[in-house]
Design a protein around this ligand. Structure first.
Ligand SMILES: [Zn+2]
Length: 96
C-alpha cells in the first residue's frame, strides 16, 4: 500500500463548466462523482484498509460567489492542529 497517493476526480469540474451552475449536467456530475467515491470507498473496505487511510478532501474552485461579509484567518485552526505547515496565501497551505 502506498504511503501517499491522491485521487483526482474532475467529473464535477467538467460538469459545472459544461452545463453551468445548478444545471442538469452539473447535478448529474455530482451524482456521478458521489458514485465514484462510493466505489472507491467500497474498494478500500473490501481490502480491509479503510481504517488505515486518512482522507483530505479539497476542491479547485466553486461556482458560487463568496460572501464578502465572511472574513477570517486559517491561522487559529491550523495552529490548533499541532503540525508544521506553511501558509502561502489565500487557500494554499503546505503541510510539512
Ligand atoms: Zn474548473
Amino acid at each position: 500500500m502506498p504511503h501517499l497517493t491522491w485521487w483526482a476526480n474532475v467529473v464535477t469540474d467538467a460538469g459545472h463548466h459544461g452545463g453551468g451552475p445548478r444545471s442538469d449536467l452539473a447535478r448529474a456530475s455530482l451524482r456521478q462523482s458521489d458514485a465514484r467515491l462510493g466505489a472507491f470507498l467500497d474498494h478500500l473496505d473490501a481490502l480491509g484498509v479503510t481504517d488505515r487511510v486518512t482522507f483530505v478532501v479539497t476542491a479547485d474552485h466553486g461556482f458560487e460567489g463568496s460572501d464578502p461579509q465572511v472574513r477570517g484567518s486559517w491561522t487559529p485552526a491550523l495552529d490548533a492542529l499541532g503540525i508544521s505547515y506553511r501558509d502561502e496565501g489565500p487557500g494554499l497551505v503546505y503541510f510539512l
